[in-house]
Design a binder for this molecule. Structure first.
Ligand code: G6P
Length: 522
């Protein structure tokens, strides 16, 4: 059964199937680009450890306690990570995952995972991550190219694919195969995301008895979008993924697009009813499992003193005398559509001057991928748009938009608690966990204004106010509708969204995958 077809449990009800019940019988190996922890040095020169960034890492960390003796392979992200990797001399570092991830002391008990950080040559990493993964794959999969002018693929991009992307994929596949062979050739391998499309096929060739799933966390577009790449690149990417037993996505639409790509671009037979592909003598299953959040952990954080202090501060600043607060929380990624979101807010204030001074827009944006030129240009564009709207609509020294470039999760949770409208107007987004996080902790019957092109819309769109991401006027009208909605209607909608999120939580995401994989562990 597909997750969306399962009935949503009510808040507080136990969720089934549970991860504990679905725990794998084979040794488990995870691979993702970002790891669960990253190392640095503090001002006194001492080694410090912090949680790896990104929602994917947060989601997997919370689950590590159910995964037995799992090993987690990732790229060494900092110089200090590389130093740790060298010291560990190819023996994984044991990390306790909760409540705060840290390196386990000798004999320390607790939910843990073995972290195997792989040092990647700097030049190769720059081509792998800064040229091919971001922007090329990311831009194709999020539909971000203005095709009249970009991309322009030259020898540099070909080299970035061959030397950078394929090179790093091979390095990771070598390590995976080594660990699988150490486990007598039998292991359950969970590969994550767009950085490693070539790994499954390479591991399968060397370890035919492995059970392998590849989860793609970003949108998967139809075949035409992939024609941006020449056949010798796009076919290798698709063939690479077909080394998996299960290729997984967040939504049914992405899964269908993948089947279409395999049919059109590789000419293979697919079964659209069973969602399977026959490859040589194997069957590859294409599935969807919507990723989610850990409601209990979010509620606990929302109840912490730190968050309470911030909610008081935010209420004092933004909510006096019946004033209202619109919020967005995003990475500064062009796919998040931040600029059009502000243009829509500017239009709202132009067309409803009575709202000026009564509605604020708080934007908490985490700077992201600043080494990629498209990303740094986008931050400048955001700044210019905000300056223009604030110049037009500042009243008595109060600016309508408060733009903060920060990464502070507890503060974001405080803002989720007290906002009246959450704006998610992404051009394309694999899932969007911000929408789910907000719905669990919001205390003001806030309205979710959600783009129809996010994965989350498939689950939550019915009770959200839908945004059409290219239409600034429509987004302004939708914001007005959200602000004017009756209290009863807001309450009803938020409760429905919350029930859906709680009933299909992060445990269910993993348990459903493990249930399907268990059948393949012959
Ligand atoms: C998305 C991707 C993740 C990635 C995260 C943060 O959610 O699906 O794989 O880790 O963005 O991006 P970054 O480039 O900082 O890892």
């Amino acid at each position: 059964m597909h997750p969306q077809e399962q009935e949503a449990a009510q808040p507080g009800e136990p969720v089934s199937p549970s991860v504990a019940d679905a725990a794998p019988e084979l040794p488990l190996i995870l691979l993702s680009h970002r790891g669960p922890v990253t190392f640095g040095r503090n001002a006194d020169g001492e080694r410090v450890v912090s949680k790896g960034s990104g929602g994917l890492v947060t989601a997997l960390l919370g689950l590590a306690q159910y995964l037995g003796d799992a090993v987690w392979i990732c790229a060494a992200a900092t110089e200090e990570d590389a130093a740790v990797a060298r010291e560990a001399k190819r023996h994984p570092v044991r990390v306790i995952t909760t409540p705060m991830p840290h390196v386990a002391d000798e004999g320390e008990e607790g939910p843990d995972v073995l972290v195997d950080m792989i040092e990647i040559d700097e030049e190769r990493q720059a081509e792998f991550y800064g040229v091919f993964s971001n922007p090329i794959l990311w831009f194709i999969q999020h539909g971000l190219y203005g095709l009249a002018e970009s991309p322009v693929l030259t020898a540099a991009e070909h080299h970035a694919f061959e030397h950078g992307y394929a090179g790093v994929n091979e390095q990771m596949a070598d390590e995976l195969a080594r660990l699988v062979e150490e486990r007598d050739g039998r292991a359950l391998v969970l590969i994550q995301d767009y950085h490693f499309y070539l790994v499954a096929d390479s591991v399968r060739r060397r370890c035919p008895n492995v059970v392998l799933s590849h989860f793609v966390h970003i949108p998967w577009p139809g075949p035409e979008a992939w024609r941006v790449l020449p056949p010798w690149i796009r076919e290798r990417l698709l063939r690479g993924l077909l080394g998996s037993d299960i290729v997984a996505f967040h939504t049914r639409r992405y899964a269908r697009n993948f089947l279409l790509c395999v049919q059109d671009l590789l000419g293979l037979d697919v079964d659209p009813d069973e969602m399977t592909i026959s490859v040589d003598d194997r069957t590859v299953r294409v599935r969807h499992y919507p990723i989610s959040v850990d409601p209990a952990a979010l509620i606990a954080l929302a109840d912490s003193q730190e968050v309470h202090r911030s909610t008081d501060e935010l209420s004092d600043r933004f909510l006096n005398s019946g004033n209202r607060l619109i919020l967005r929380v995003d990475r500064t990624d062009p796919s998040k559509n931040v600029v059009r979101g502000f243009l829509a807010f500017g239009t709202l204030l132009d067309q409803h001057p009575e709202l000026v001074g009564r509605v604020s827009f708080l934007a908490l944006l985490q700077p992201s991928r600043k080494d990629v030129p498209e990303y740094s240009d986008y931050i400048s564009n955001i700044g210019a748009t905000v300056a223009d709207i604030n110049a037009r609509h500042t009243r008595e020294g109060q600016q309508p938009i408060d733009l903060q470039l920060v990464e502070d999760f507890p503060f974001a949770v405080a803002a989720y608690c007290v906002c009246d409208v959450l704006v998610v107007n992404a051009l394309a987004d694999g899932m969007n966990l911000v929408a789910k996080e907000f719905s669990v902790v919001n205390r003001r019957d806030g309205v979710l204004a959600l783009s129809e092109t996010t994965g989350a819309w498939e689950e939550l769109g019915q009770d959200a106010v839908t945004l059409y991401p290219f239409d600034v006027q429509q987004q302004a009208d939708a914001l007005y509708e959200a602000l004017m909605m009756s209290a009863d209607e807001r309450h009803r909608r938020l409760e429905a969204i919350r029930a859906q999120v709680v009933g299909s939580d992060i445990q269910r995401w993993l348990a459903s995958q493990l249930d399907d994989l268990r059948v393949l562990m012959r």
